[in-house]
Design a protein around this ligand. Structure first.
Ligand SMILES: [Zn+2]
Length: 156
């Protein structure tokens, strides 16, 4: 069970995700950083905001920003709305965008029921890393297809 802020207005300027193949590109070092962070935060769920640029259906992650899990929970996460709003402001001011959300699961890396609800409100890529199976997967809410897994490309 997870949740994220409910400020759908923040995502209003994001182009629609509709019936096409989206891909997410992350640097090997960034993914390693996130996974390492997860180990440090364990057993609490780890969360981070992913910042970068979007070119149509490609989301390029250029920065990863660890966020406090306000739930302080092993089975859920929440990001403080004001802090998230500040991230959006700052990101826009440097001409980048929030292009994803990262969080961990102590189980399979599949969106929980609560995740799917918030993914619908926040239609950007959601990367989920399992601290048990060590697998990392990426999902997005597509207006036509609903929640679907999308390709996560890890590059050097
Ligand atoms: Zn989750």
């Amino acid at each position: 069970m997870d949740r994220i802020i409910n400020k759908s207005a923040l995502w209003n300027n994001v182009p629609e995700v509709k019936g096409e193949n989206q891909i997410v590109v992350i640097k090997k070092t960034h993914l390693a950083f996130l996974i390492n962070l997860s180990l440090q935060t364990k057993p609490l769920e780890t969360c981070a905001i992913l910042i970068g640029k979007r070119n149509n259906n490609q989301f390029n992650i250029l920065e990863v920003l660890p966020m406090d899990n306000d739930d302080k929970s092993e089975i859920s996460f929440a990001i403080n709305e004001e802090k998230l709003f500040a991230v959006y402001k700052k990101t826009e001011s440097i001409n980048l965008a929030v292009v994803g959300v990262y969080h961990t699961h102590p189980s399979v890396p599949m969106p929980s029921k609560t995740d799917t609800k918030y993914m619908e409100i926040n239609p950007i890529p959601w990367i989920i890393h399992s601290t048990t199976t060590k697998k990392t997967k990426c999902f997005i809410h597509d207006e036509i297809e609903g929640i679907k897994e999308i390709e996560l490309i890890v590059k050097d």
